[in-house]
Design a protein. Sequence first.
Length: 420
Amino acid sequence: MRLLTRDAVVLYVTMFLDGDGMQYVPREVLRQIAAASAAPVFGVFETYLGHGIAAGSIESYGEQGRRTGELVARVLNGEEPSTIGVQPPVDATYLADFRQLRHWGIAENLMPEGSEVRYKEVTTWERYRWQILTALSVILVQAVLIGVLMIHRRRLHQTQYELHDEYERRRKAETAVLRVRTKLSRFSKQSSLGVMATAIAHEINQPLIAVQNYVLAARQRLRGDVDQSAKLEELLEKAGQQAGRVGEIIQRIRNLVTRDTPNLRPVLLISVIEQAIRIMEAEIENSGCEVKFRLPENLPPILADELQIQLVLINLLRNALRAVKNLEDSAERIIRIQVSRMSDRNVQVDVVDRGPGVAPARVAEIFAPLYTEMGDGMGMGLAVCQLVIEAHGGRIWYEPNPSGGAILSFTLRVEKGGQG
């Protein structure tokens, strides 16, 4: 067998006896032949695979056993053997021993299609491919992270140096600011007193103008020939009431500046609105304007400091009067006060005019102290209104009137348990 050429093959079938009558185990004979053969050995029995043959067209014993079991089951189930007939043989399959193929240098792709290669040795890569890839990925990620951390460490050191320099510059700047702040602190009380004086002057100007209007009306009636003592007495009584309001206003504004809690008590919003309109009636008449108001039915009392809410309404009415008094169309010189129930806890008051409104770029500034677009104003009206409304637990805001003009709105709380 050593003389076989490379293109030769050996087909081993079986061997139980030799010429001298000695008995052998076929697989032991196969091992000896395969060890001595100079060419690959092929066989036809499945039991030879793994004991020396390289490959073969083999009928599987497992498939034969399965078919035999099926035939036995059919007979046991009562089927006549004569009806079963002769069964076709089991189809042979191509089986190969991977170790023998590698030994003889036979490429696996030379096997017929559908062949089964057994005893194939799985390489470390094939067995642990995903584990190896996972480990390599982890190592790669760690390497990248280490690189990134090294870069960040270098940048951190650079940032620390820059922050140290910035800290020194900031410390020097803060020292300079502290010196300036110390100088400015001497003027803080004077500035606060100036703001308070401006607010007081703005608010007490309203009842003083009312006193002036009542006195002027009284003087005009004194010039007449008809005895108007009752009317004069009424005018002087109103003037006295407005003069008394000056002291109340000063006290209320001082409470605002010192942030004292307003004196909240249940009041009827209609009486607050009517009183504010009566105080402004002279200005309304002189401006050729008209004020209309509308309240929902069964409106419960509000919780408010009556005088402070009157001041808010008077401020908003005066701003609206200034906005509409120069309009040519008298139908547009109407100011509307609208009240709506927002919920069981709040009402909303809107003061609506048809004037020029506020430029969009200036809306954010109108509640700032000292802001004004009126030539004769001091810019404290809306800032004071905001203080008053926020002290009452509400809010105040501006919206453009869809019909042209401005809408200034604020909210107030209703008396707890009030029925709408």
